[in-house]
Design a protein. Structure first.
Length: 319
Protein backbone atom coordinates (compact mmCIF):
# COMPACT_ATOMS: atom_id res chain seq x y z
CA UNK A 1 0.00 0.00 0.00
CA UNK A 2 3.01 2.33 -0.17
CA UNK A 3 1.88 3.41 -3.62
CA UNK A 4 -1.48 4.46 -2.17
CA UNK A 5 0.26 6.49 0.54
CA UNK A 6 2.35 8.28 -2.07
CA UNK A 7 -0.70 8.92 -4.26
CA UNK A 8 -2.40 10.71 -1.38
CA UNK A 9 0.34 13.31 -0.97
CA UNK A 10 -0.45 16.87 -2.06
CA UNK A 11 -3.64 18.93 -1.86
CA UNK A 12 -6.71 17.12 -0.57
CA UNK A 13 -9.57 18.82 -2.39
CA UNK A 14 -13.19 18.31 -1.37
CA UNK A 15 -15.28 18.94 -4.47
CA UNK A 16 -18.63 20.60 -3.71
CA UNK A 17 -21.67 18.85 -5.15
CA UNK A 18 -23.72 21.21 -7.36
CA UNK A 19 -27.51 21.00 -7.36
CA UNK A 20 -30.17 22.25 -9.75
CA UNK A 21 -31.99 25.43 -8.76
CA UNK A 22 -35.29 23.54 -8.74
CA UNK A 23 -37.52 22.37 -5.87
CA UNK A 24 -36.08 18.83 -5.91
CA UNK A 25 -32.47 20.13 -6.06
CA UNK A 26 -31.23 17.18 -8.11
CA UNK A 27 -27.49 16.65 -8.55
CA UNK A 28 -26.32 18.74 -11.51
CA UNK A 29 -24.11 16.30 -13.38
CA UNK A 30 -22.97 18.76 -16.05
CA UNK A 31 -21.87 21.31 -13.41
CA UNK A 32 -20.07 18.61 -11.41
CA UNK A 33 -18.15 17.57 -14.50
CA UNK A 34 -17.20 21.22 -15.09
CA UNK A 35 -15.90 21.47 -11.53
CA UNK A 36 -13.70 18.39 -11.98
CA UNK A 37 -12.48 19.47 -15.41
CA UNK A 38 -11.61 22.95 -14.10
CA UNK A 39 -9.43 21.47 -11.36
CA UNK A 40 -7.61 19.07 -13.66
CA UNK A 41 -7.17 21.56 -16.50
CA UNK A 42 -5.76 24.07 -13.99
CA UNK A 43 -3.00 21.65 -12.99
CA UNK A 44 -4.40 19.69 -10.06
CA UNK A 45 -3.38 16.32 -11.41
CA UNK A 46 -1.77 13.34 -9.71
CA UNK A 47 1.43 15.30 -8.99
CA UNK A 48 -0.45 17.77 -6.83
CA UNK A 49 -3.81 16.52 -5.58
CA UNK A 50 -6.39 13.96 -4.55
CA UNK A 51 -10.04 14.85 -5.15
CA UNK A 52 -12.68 13.90 -2.58
CA UNK A 53 -16.15 13.21 -3.98
CA UNK A 54 -19.11 13.45 -1.64
CA UNK A 55 -17.33 14.64 1.48
CA UNK A 56 -18.74 17.16 3.96
CA UNK A 57 -18.28 20.07 1.54
CA UNK A 58 -19.85 17.77 -1.04
CA UNK A 59 -23.14 17.61 0.92
CA UNK A 60 -22.92 13.90 1.72
CA UNK A 61 -25.22 14.42 4.70
CA UNK A 62 -28.11 15.56 2.50
CA UNK A 63 -27.76 12.94 -0.25
CA UNK A 64 -29.24 9.48 -0.59
CA UNK A 65 -27.02 6.43 -0.83
CA UNK A 66 -27.67 6.27 -4.57
CA UNK A 67 -26.80 9.94 -5.04
CA UNK A 68 -23.53 9.50 -3.20
CA UNK A 69 -22.56 6.67 -5.52
CA UNK A 70 -23.65 8.68 -8.55
CA UNK A 71 -21.48 11.65 -7.53
CA UNK A 72 -18.46 9.40 -7.02
CA UNK A 73 -19.08 7.66 -10.34
CA UNK A 74 -19.24 10.98 -12.21
CA UNK A 75 -16.06 12.29 -10.58
CA UNK A 76 -14.13 9.07 -11.28
CA UNK A 77 -15.35 9.08 -14.87
CA UNK A 78 -14.54 12.73 -15.54
CA UNK A 79 -11.10 12.48 -13.91
CA UNK A 80 -10.33 9.40 -16.03
CA UNK A 81 -7.20 8.55 -14.08
CA UNK A 82 -5.67 12.04 -14.21
CA UNK A 83 -5.88 12.43 -10.43
CA UNK A 84 -6.56 10.03 -7.51
CA UNK A 85 -10.14 9.99 -6.21
CA UNK A 86 -11.39 9.49 -2.67
CA UNK A 87 -15.04 8.78 -1.97
CA UNK A 88 -16.71 10.10 1.15
CA UNK A 89 -17.92 7.15 3.23
CA UNK A 90 -19.09 8.80 6.42
CA UNK A 91 -22.24 7.22 7.79
CA UNK A 92 -23.93 6.20 11.04
CA UNK A 93 -24.22 2.55 9.98
CA UNK A 94 -21.52 -0.09 9.72
CA UNK A 95 -23.63 -2.02 7.22
CA UNK A 96 -23.90 1.03 5.00
CA UNK A 97 -20.18 1.69 5.38
CA UNK A 98 -19.47 -1.80 4.05
CA UNK A 99 -21.72 -1.10 1.04
CA UNK A 100 -19.95 2.22 0.44
CA UNK A 101 -16.52 0.57 0.62
CA UNK A 102 -17.53 -2.15 -1.85
CA UNK A 103 -19.07 0.45 -4.16
CA UNK A 104 -15.88 2.54 -4.08
CA UNK A 105 -13.90 -0.49 -5.17
CA UNK A 106 -16.36 -1.25 -7.97
CA UNK A 107 -16.37 2.36 -9.21
CA UNK A 108 -12.58 2.60 -9.27
CA UNK A 109 -12.04 5.07 -6.43
CA UNK A 110 -8.58 4.94 -4.88
CA UNK A 111 -9.66 5.77 -1.32
CA UNK A 112 -12.62 6.11 1.00
CA UNK A 113 -12.77 8.66 3.80
CA UNK A 114 -14.07 7.24 7.08
CA UNK A 115 -14.85 9.01 10.34
CA UNK A 116 -16.50 7.91 13.57
CA UNK A 117 -20.28 7.41 13.36
CA UNK A 118 -22.05 10.51 14.60
CA UNK A 119 -25.27 11.11 16.58
CA UNK A 120 -24.60 8.53 19.31
CA UNK A 121 -21.58 8.81 21.60
CA UNK A 122 -19.86 5.67 20.36
CA UNK A 123 -16.96 4.10 22.20
CA UNK A 124 -13.49 3.60 20.78
CA UNK A 125 -14.22 -0.11 20.47
CA UNK A 126 -17.34 0.66 18.40
CA UNK A 127 -15.29 2.90 16.13
CA UNK A 128 -12.47 0.37 15.83
CA UNK A 129 -14.84 -2.40 14.72
CA UNK A 130 -16.40 0.02 12.24
CA UNK A 131 -13.04 0.87 10.62
CA UNK A 132 -11.96 -2.76 10.49
CA UNK A 133 -15.22 -3.69 8.77
CA UNK A 134 -14.62 -1.10 6.04
CA UNK A 135 -11.02 -2.24 5.53
CA UNK A 136 -12.02 -5.89 5.27
CA UNK A 137 -14.87 -5.13 2.85
CA UNK A 138 -12.55 -3.49 0.30
CA UNK A 139 -8.93 -4.54 0.92
CA UNK A 140 -7.70 -2.91 -2.30
CA UNK A 141 -9.16 0.49 -1.43
CA UNK A 142 -7.07 2.83 0.70
CA UNK A 143 -8.75 3.93 3.93
CA UNK A 144 -8.39 7.55 5.06
CA UNK A 145 -9.23 7.88 8.74
CA UNK A 146 -10.72 11.29 9.54
CA UNK A 147 -10.71 12.55 13.13
CA UNK A 148 -14.00 14.49 13.38
CA UNK A 149 -13.67 15.09 17.11
CA UNK A 150 -16.24 17.92 16.98
CA UNK A 151 -19.10 15.56 16.08
CA UNK A 152 -18.12 12.21 17.55
CA UNK A 153 -15.46 10.11 19.30
CA UNK A 154 -11.99 11.65 19.36
CA UNK A 155 -9.23 9.35 18.15
CA UNK A 156 -6.77 8.53 20.91
CA UNK A 157 -3.09 7.86 20.37
CA UNK A 158 -3.59 4.27 21.53
CA UNK A 159 -6.40 3.68 19.06
CA UNK A 160 -4.31 4.97 16.17
CA UNK A 161 -1.56 2.58 17.23
CA UNK A 162 -4.01 -0.34 17.13
CA UNK A 163 -5.47 0.66 13.77
CA UNK A 164 -1.99 1.05 12.27
CA UNK A 165 -1.86 -2.72 11.85
CA UNK A 166 -4.57 -2.55 9.13
CA UNK A 167 -2.66 -2.82 5.83
CA UNK A 168 -5.00 -0.67 3.70
CA UNK A 169 -5.34 2.11 6.27
CA UNK A 170 -3.05 4.56 4.48
CA UNK A 171 -4.13 8.09 5.41
CA UNK A 172 -4.85 10.03 8.57
CA UNK A 173 -6.81 13.23 8.02
CA UNK A 174 -5.78 14.83 11.23
CA UNK A 175 -7.28 17.58 13.31
CA UNK A 176 -7.16 17.77 17.08
CA UNK A 177 -8.26 20.15 19.85
CA UNK A 178 -5.61 22.77 20.56
CA UNK A 179 -4.37 22.14 24.10
CA UNK A 180 -1.07 22.26 25.94
CA UNK A 181 -0.79 18.49 25.41
CA UNK A 182 -0.03 19.19 21.72
CA UNK A 183 -2.15 16.29 20.42
CA UNK A 184 -1.82 17.46 16.81
CA UNK A 185 1.98 17.52 16.93
CA UNK A 186 2.17 14.30 18.94
CA UNK A 187 0.24 12.24 16.40
CA UNK A 188 1.91 13.79 13.33
CA UNK A 189 5.42 13.25 14.65
CA UNK A 190 4.78 9.65 15.66
CA UNK A 191 2.73 8.39 12.72
CA UNK A 192 3.91 10.28 9.63
CA UNK A 193 6.12 7.34 8.64
CA UNK A 194 3.16 4.94 8.83
CA UNK A 195 0.43 7.11 7.27
CA UNK A 196 0.13 9.98 4.86
CA UNK A 197 -0.88 12.74 7.25
CA UNK A 198 -3.47 15.18 5.86
CA UNK A 199 -3.32 18.41 7.86
CA UNK A 200 -6.90 19.48 8.57
CA UNK A 201 -5.88 22.03 11.23
CA UNK A 202 -4.49 24.72 8.90
CA UNK A 203 -1.04 24.40 10.46
CA UNK A 204 0.65 23.81 7.10
CA UNK A 205 3.78 25.86 7.77
CA UNK A 206 4.52 23.77 10.85
CA UNK A 207 3.06 20.37 9.95
CA UNK A 208 5.04 20.19 6.69
CA UNK A 209 8.33 20.40 8.56
CA UNK A 210 10.30 17.13 8.70
CA UNK A 211 9.80 16.85 12.47
CA UNK A 212 6.03 16.47 11.98
CA UNK A 213 5.99 15.09 8.44
CA UNK A 214 2.57 15.98 7.02
CA UNK A 215 2.61 15.56 3.24
CA UNK A 216 -1.03 16.30 2.38
CA UNK A 217 -3.18 19.32 3.16
CA UNK A 218 -6.93 20.01 3.15
CA UNK A 219 -7.19 23.02 0.80
CA UNK A 220 -10.57 24.66 0.11
CA UNK A 221 -8.88 27.37 -1.96
CA UNK A 222 -8.21 24.84 -4.73
CA UNK A 223 -11.89 24.85 -5.71
CA UNK A 224 -11.67 28.46 -6.88
CA UNK A 225 -7.91 29.10 -7.03
CA UNK A 226 -6.12 25.87 -8.02
CA UNK A 227 -2.83 27.67 -8.57
CA UNK A 228 -2.77 28.52 -4.86
CA UNK A 229 -2.75 24.83 -3.99
CA UNK A 230 -0.08 24.06 -6.59
CA UNK A 231 2.14 26.80 -5.17
CA UNK A 232 1.54 25.47 -1.65
CA UNK A 233 2.80 22.01 -2.60
CA UNK A 234 5.77 23.47 -4.46
CA UNK A 235 6.72 25.46 -1.35
CA UNK A 236 6.29 22.38 0.86
CA UNK A 237 8.60 20.40 -1.40
CA UNK A 238 11.11 23.26 -1.35
CA UNK A 239 10.94 23.50 2.45
CA UNK A 240 9.97 27.16 2.24
CA UNK A 241 8.04 27.27 5.51
CA UNK A 242 8.03 31.09 5.95
CA UNK A 243 6.32 31.46 2.56
CA UNK A 244 3.75 28.81 3.48
CA UNK A 245 2.98 30.75 6.66
CA UNK A 246 2.65 33.98 4.70
CA UNK A 247 0.25 32.34 2.24
CA UNK A 248 -1.96 31.12 5.05
CA UNK A 249 -2.05 34.45 6.88
CA UNK A 250 -2.42 36.79 3.92
CA UNK A 251 -4.42 34.66 1.47
CA UNK A 252 -5.91 31.84 3.51
CA UNK A 253 -7.09 33.51 6.68
CA UNK A 254 -9.52 36.00 5.07
CA UNK A 255 -11.47 33.10 3.53
CA UNK A 256 -11.66 31.20 6.82
CA UNK A 257 -12.57 34.30 8.84
CA UNK A 258 -15.49 34.94 6.48
CA UNK A 259 -16.55 31.31 6.76
CA UNK A 260 -16.57 31.53 10.57
CA UNK A 261 -18.52 34.79 10.44
CA UNK A 262 -21.19 33.19 8.26
CA UNK A 263 -21.32 30.16 10.58
CA UNK A 264 -21.85 32.38 13.58
CA UNK A 265 -24.35 34.83 12.14
CA UNK A 266 -26.25 33.25 9.26
CA UNK A 267 -26.04 29.51 8.48
CA UNK A 268 -23.97 26.40 9.12
CA UNK A 269 -22.65 23.58 6.99
CA UNK A 270 -19.75 23.11 4.61
CA UNK A 271 -19.03 23.91 0.99
CA UNK A 272 -21.35 26.90 0.66
CA UNK A 273 -18.53 29.45 0.65
CA UNK A 274 -16.49 27.34 -1.79
CA UNK A 275 -19.51 27.31 -4.12
CA UNK A 276 -20.01 31.06 -3.96
CA UNK A 277 -16.31 31.65 -4.64
CA UNK A 278 -16.54 29.25 -7.59
CA UNK A 279 -19.53 31.13 -8.97
CA UNK A 280 -17.54 34.37 -8.73
CA UNK A 281 -14.87 32.99 -11.08
CA UNK A 282 -17.48 31.90 -13.62
CA UNK A 283 -18.19 28.30 -12.63
CA UNK A 284 -21.81 27.06 -12.40
CA UNK A 285 -23.82 28.47 -9.50
CA UNK A 286 -25.24 26.24 -6.79
CA UNK A 287 -26.38 26.45 -3.20
CA UNK A 288 -26.08 23.69 -0.62
CA UNK A 289 -29.17 21.70 0.21
CA UNK A 290 -31.15 22.83 3.25
CA UNK A 291 -31.07 23.10 6.18
CA UNK A 292 -27.96 25.08 5.13
CA UNK A 293 -29.36 28.34 3.77
CA UNK A 294 -28.48 29.97 0.47
CA UNK A 295 -25.75 32.62 0.85
CA UNK A 296 -25.47 33.59 -2.82
CA UNK A 297 -27.30 36.89 -2.49
CA UNK A 298 -26.76 37.73 1.17
CA UNK A 299 -22.96 37.35 1.07
CA UNK A 300 -22.00 37.84 -2.56
CA UNK A 301 -20.55 41.35 -2.22
CA UNK A 302 -18.61 40.49 0.93
CA UNK A 303 -17.20 37.34 -0.67
CA UNK A 304 -16.26 39.20 -3.86
CA UNK A 305 -14.42 41.82 -1.79
CA UNK A 306 -12.53 39.10 0.11
CA UNK A 307 -11.50 37.38 -3.11
CA UNK A 308 -10.38 40.63 -4.67
CA UNK A 309 -8.33 41.50 -1.59
CA UNK A 310 -6.40 38.22 -1.57
CA UNK A 311 -5.77 38.30 -5.33
CA UNK A 312 -7.91 35.46 -6.68
CA UNK A 313 -7.49 35.25 -10.49
CA UNK A 314 -10.42 35.03 -12.93
CA UNK A 315 -12.65 37.04 -10.58
CA UNK A 316 -15.68 38.31 -12.48
CA UNK A 317 -17.52 41.56 -11.87
CA UNK A 318 -20.66 41.80 -9.79
CA UNK A 319 -23.95 42.28 -11.59
Amino acid sequence: MDDKKKKLQGCYVTIPTPFDDTPDMAVNEAALRRYVRFLIDSGLTADYATLLAGGAAGDFSTMTFEERLFVAEVVVDEADGAVPIAMGAQTTSTLELIRLAKAANRLGADFIQVSCPFYFAHTEADFEDYVRAAAAAAPDVGIILYNTFWTSQNLSFAMIERLAEIPNLVGLKWAAPRTDAMEFEDVCSHFSDRFTIIDNNLLFGMSAMPSLGATAFEVHHCNFWPEWGIKLIDEVRAGNYPEIARMLVEEGMPFYKLWVEIEQTYTSGDGYLDKLCMELIGLPSSRCRPPTRDIRQTHKEQTHAMMNKIGVPRLIGLT
